[in-house]
Design a protein around this ligand. Structure first.
Ligand code: C2E
Ligand code: MG
Ligand code: MG
Length: 265
């Protein structure tokens, strides 16, 4: 059976699920969570999204998978709220092919608002590659969704074919420094210099900055010393199932009325 057929079956047979990795402020509060897809194959076990997302892109299946992800995120939000757990922000990864669909703006809006989720709680993560195809098309789509309240983050920042022009032209809310820079930030002076430059640039442009792949206390100290305020990584928590995440959040932030306040990044 080819990979595309396998993946089609995975959708039908409900082998896909979402994990959730919390994101933290410097003060240690959970400010959001990133949804990360998992494929539990009946024979092969867990397959990494880095292996199957490219297949989903090539076959076009990413469009239905992407819609499934958004709907499933909404279902989890409703379930958490039912238990009085209110997560300020939920980040959703958007793949380039999904973003380039002609009806992307209306589909995203329909799923999120159709489920009565306020778009200001949704951070759409896109990568720099999205701007390669047509920067004007990308700008129009980002602006249209921003007008509806959605927030945008640039994932894996620093690894793409960045033209810094788009940073100026697009109203992003967040930059996510790629984990490859964080991994060696302590031992590799060039990575340290890049991280410092990205932090300075984000500050200058008024963008919020989050570091992903933070695994050690030393990395966290380095990042916070240079002005990074938001973090995600194994040092804090691995990605968790929806139930595990809910328990983790209650234990950490509490499910008091306080956590119902929007924490705008
Ligand atoms: P990403 O969006 O940059 O996600 C971050 C990846 O780093 C995740 O891998 C996460 O589990 C992992 N990670 C988090 N903290 C640490 C850490 O401290 N150390 C290390 N070594 N890794 C850490 P994952 O879940 O395997 O996802 C890999 C990539 O697959 C994602 O990179 C994203 O590009 C794609 N992906 C995952 N879920 C989705 C999805 O729902 N939709 C789409 N379109 N792509 C997805
Ligand atoms: Mg991401
Ligand atoms: Mg990333």
């Amino acid at each position: 059976m080819d990979a595309g057929k396998n993946l089609r079956r995975a959708i039908v047979q409900k082998e896909l699920s979402l994990n959730f990795q919390p994101q933290f402020s410097l003060a240690g509060a959970i400010i959001g969570v990133e949804a990360l897809i998992r494929w539990n194959h009946p024979a092969l076990g867990m397959i990494s999204p880095t292996d199957f997302i490219p297949i989903a892109e090539d076959t076009g299946l990413i469009v239905s998978i992407g819609n499934w992800i958004m709907q499933t995120v909404c279902n989890h939000i409703k379930e958490w709220e039912h238990h009085n757990v209110f997560i300020p922000h939920i980040s959703i990864n958007i793949s380039p092919r999904q973003f380039h669909q002609a009806d992307f703006v209306s589909v995203v809006t329909k799923i999120i608002t159709g489920n009565h989720v306020n778009p200001v709680r949704i951070l759409l993560e896109i990568t720099e590659g999205v701007f390669l195809k047509s920067i004007d098309e990308a700008i129009d789509k980002v602006n249209a969704l921003k007008q509806r309240g959605f927030l945008f983050s640039i994932d894996d920042f620093g690894t793409g074919y960045s033209s810094l022009t788009y940073l100026k032209r697009l109203p992003f809310d967040q930059l996510k420094i790629d984990q490859s820079f964080i991994r060696d930030v302590i031992d590799d002076p060039s990575n340290a210099a890049i991280v410092k430059a990205i932090i300075g640039m984000a500050e200058g442009l008024g963008l919020d900055l989050i570091a992903e792949g933070v695994e050690t206390r030393r990395q966290l100290d380095f990042l916070s010393d240079y002005g990074c305020r938001y973090f995600q990584g194994y040092y804090f928590s691995k990605p968790l199932s929806s139930d595990q995440f809910e328990a983790y959040f209650i234990n950490h932030n509490g499910n008091s009325a306080l956590s119902k306040e929007y924490v705008i990044l």
